[in-house]
Design a binder for this molecule. Structure first.
Ligand SMILES: Nc1ncnc2c1ncn2[C@@H]1O[C@H](COP(=O)(O)OP(=O)(O)O)[C@@H](O)[C@H]1O
Ligand SMILES: [Mg+2]
Length: 309
């Protein structure tokens, strides 16, 4: 099956000449959850806007479900739902009407039973007759999600959906994402909360300064770039790493009260057994040992730093 979203050699130059996307290629498979990570200004919202047909690419092509988002925008748009980064709601409209109107915009026939289940899923059913202006910020964000789901999109874009929201909404949203995934909905999420990507994504893309640095299966990425560290607390401080231990990747920390050993998680042999023996041989006593796995966050920071260097 061809990818449900195909982005081919897309560039986006804004009026004024700023190049927000450079030669971007991306294929998103049906049913996957892709997290797009990148610092502020990286081009995440621009990329989403071009895929959703809100902003035309300067060059290149984008297809959603095989439909070109420029020449066949009606068909392409029907398939996508977007929860925008900014809240853009009509303040005096009622919640139910807002969501019903959104569905109508996509040419779908009225289906209040479906809208009821969407509103219930988002804990908005009790608020269906409230005006938007009466809602809290978190509730407004829920309405944005309800609107995006009102026409049963096959591809859902969530642009920084949990930036500044309460823990409850974040949890509800993760649960909702899980249900949508079970229905085969493809989800693209931008975030700079890396834990979020780590928790829910199948694949992770990293974008920086308008360029996609990588797109990779999350587990593969963690395995490929993941390193582990073992922290060895010593019974007595050392003034330097003993010469006999030079072959190990050891760093002296805490004024010599501990040594940190870094090793590759992919390696067949971690070197730990021989290191422990050699530590004893060097006359060092061990008080405590802890290990720690590098996280997606460590990897992300490293990638962006390398790209900016
Ligand atoms: N309408 C616009 N006109 C000119 N520049 C823009 C416009 N929208 C975004 N930009 C610029 O493009 C870059 C990428 O923005 P954006 O896609 O919003 O990044 P992100 O969502 O990753 O924070 C930023 O430098 C931003 O200032
Ligand atoms: Mg953005």
């Amino acid at each position: 099956m061809p990818a449900i979203v195909q982005v081919e050699n897309v560039t986006k130059t804004y009026d004024g000449g700023f190049e927000a996307l450079r030669n971007t290629n991306l294929e998103i498979e049906q049913g996957e959850i892709l997290a797009l990570l990148g610092p502020n200004g990286a081009g995440k919202t621009t990329l989403i806007s071009t895929i959703c047909g809100l902003s035309a690419p300067t060059s290149g092509h984008i297809r959603v479900g095989g439909h070109d988002v420029v020449s066949d925008f009606r068909e392409a748009r029907k398939l996508v739902g977007l929860v925008p980064q900014e809240i853009n709601l009509e303040p005096f409209e009622f919640v139910m009407n807002t969501v019903r109107f959104s569905r109508g915009l996509f040419g779908k026939s009225r289906n209040d039973a479906l809208l009821e289940s969407v509103l219930r899923d988002l804990s908005l059913w009790d608020k269906r007759n409230a005006r938007i202006a009466e809602l809290s910020g978190g509730m407004k964000r829920r309405v944005l999600i309800a609107k995006a789901l009102s026409h049963e999109p096959r591809v859902l874009f969530l642009d920084e959906p949990t930036a500044g929201v309460d823990v409850e909404l974040r949890k509800d949203m993760w649960a909702l994402v899980d249900r949508l995934r079970q229905d085969g909905v493809t989800i693209i999420l931008t975030t700079h909360y890396i834990e979020e990507a780590e928790a829910i994504a199948d694949r992770v893309g990293v974008i920086n300064k308008g360029e996609i640095l990588l797109v990779e299966d999350k587990a593969d990425l963690l395995a490929r770039m993941g390193r582990k560290e073992m922290r060895i607390e010593l019974t007595e401080t050392v003034s330097a790493v003993p010469l006999s231990l030079k072959k190990y990747d050891l760093a002296r920390v805490d004024d010599g009260a501990a040594l940190v050993y870094s090793y590759d998680t992919r390696g067949e042999r971690t070197g730990i057994t021989s290191l422990l023996t050699d530590l004893q041989g060097a006359g060092l006593g061990l008080k405590d040992v802890q290990t720690r796995q590098s996280s997606l966050e460590d990897i992300f920071v490293t990638l962006v730093q390398e790209a900016s260097a």
